[in-house]
Design a protein around this ligand. Structure first.
Ligand SMILES: CC(C)(COP(=O)(O)OP(=O)(O)OC[C@H]1O[C@@H](n2cnc3c(N)ncnc32)[C@H](O)[C@@H]1OP(=O)(O)O)[C@@H](O)C(=O)NCCC(=O)NCCS
Length: 353
């Protein structure tokens, strides 16, 4: 068995292999072809003669830790062809992934997993965190005069990226996005096997100036606000968007002025009535923003929490992380895990890989 990084000429073969998982080659192709940080060296493979039989991919990202953009290697697309399973192939690739993370100067690593014990063996630790559930967003009483428009990248990206920098950038663990990352993210955020990555991206404007935005997708039958942001003190602008989402999902009349083409809102009612959450329920993250949570409660839509048990972190280099944070290696590790686990930290679903 040959274990190594993929060659450029093997890109299609890797996608053919991953296409056996969920029968959705496109899901994986969206990352590989649109991620500006994709590199063949970060795509590990196992080859048996003519056949590519397993792969593990490292996603090149950076996250904010105590004000430092810290290199983070995300692990994903871990897959072994069925007839090669339980022979230690994925384990061997995971060990190689750890070596690669170290060699490529990553300092921390994140993965989303169901098989926690599998990844425990290689040093990742599960961290509890909370999703927030807004059970009845249409009942929100959002005040303020905002017009709701649909995001237009050519017109709005600079303003939205600036809101993202100022709002999201304040929180530990958030993913850093430069201009190229934004372009990729607009293509693959909300990417889900078998479901595509359609998003309903809306902005609340005051005198044509964006004050808040929300990016929404359907995630296994649930309406997921996979990212949002607002200008300082403008919680009402965001509440306006949440109320609109609740109203659109339940078929209620919109209480706010709409601008632009809102046909994308149709996704809010798709697949409702099935196994997913009832229409009008929004899932997102709010635990990091106590001011917003108080405003939601005061406006008639308090949040409930739902535990997320799929979030795992590993330190790749305590030494490098310590230098970055100005701490001895042990303290840096402890500090990083404190931040990964903190309610005040934030990692958007839009940045999942
Ligand atoms: C998860 C997955 C990648 C594991 O691949 P694999 O190559 O079979 O992995 P390994 O053989 O290294 O380890 C699998 C199991 O076999 C055991 N094992 C390892 N070597 C073994 C051997 N020589 N003989 C018997 N069992 C062995 C491991 O302990 C492990 O046990 P666990 O399943 O209880 O954790 C594979 O099952 C898969 O592709 N699943 C579908 C995709 C998926 O779920 N990916 C992970 C998303 S989080």
């Amino acid at each position: 068995m040959e274990l190594r990084a993929a060659r450029r000429s093997e890109r299609d073969e890797v996608l053919d292999l991953l296409g056996l998982w969920y029968k959705d080659r496109e899901f994986f192709a969206r990352y590989n072809q649109n991620d500006p940080k994709f590199r063949d060296e970060l795509c590990l493979i196992a080859r048996d003669g003519d056949a590519l039989v397993a792969t593990v991919q490292i996603f090149d990202r950076a996250v904010q830790l105590d004000g430092q953009a810290t290199p983070m290697g995300g692990i994903g697309s871990v897959f072994t062809r069925e007839d090669y399973r339980h022979q230690g192939v994925a384990s061997a690739l995971m060990r190689m992934a750890v070596e690669t993370l170290e060699r490529e100067q990553f300092e921390v690593s994140l993965l989303f997993a169901e098989r926690l014990t599998f990844y425990n063996q290689f040093g990742w630790r599960e961290i509890g965190r909370k999703f927030s559930v807004l059970a009845n967003a249409s009942a929100l009483r959002a005040s303020g005069e905002y017009e709701i428009d649909v995001f237009d990248p050519a017109r709005d990206l600079d303003a939205i990226a600036s809101i993202h920098r100022d709002y999201t950038g304040r929180f530990n663990v958030s993913a850093v996005r430069d201009a190229a990352d934004w372009q990729g993210n607009l293509i693959f955020a909300g990417n889900q096997p078998g479901e595509g990555c359609a998003e309903y991206f809306i902005i609340a404007c005051s005198r044509s100036r964006p004050s808040a935005y929300a990016r929404v997708t359907r995630f296994y039958g649930v309406t997921m606000v996979m990212e949002y942001g607002y200008r300082g003190g403008m919680e009402d602008a965001l509440l306006t968007l949440f109320q609109h989402l609740g109203e659109a999902a339940t078929g209620a009349r919109c209480s706010h002025r709409l601008q632009g083409d809102h046909r994308g809102a149709a996704m809010l009612t798709e697949g409702t009535g099935g196994a997913g959450a009832p229409a009008g329920v929004l899932v997102t993250h709010t635990a990091h923003d106590k001011t917003l949570e108080s405003r939601l409660t005061a406006a008639g839509a308090p949040v409930a929490y739902h535990q997320d048990n799929n979030y795992m972190w590993r330190i790749v280099s305590a030494h490098k992380l310590g230098k970055r944070l100005g701490l001895p290696p042990d303290w840096a590790t402890a500090r990083a895990f404190e931040l990964f686990a903190s309610d005040n930290s934030l990692f958007w679903s839009a940045d999942r890989f």
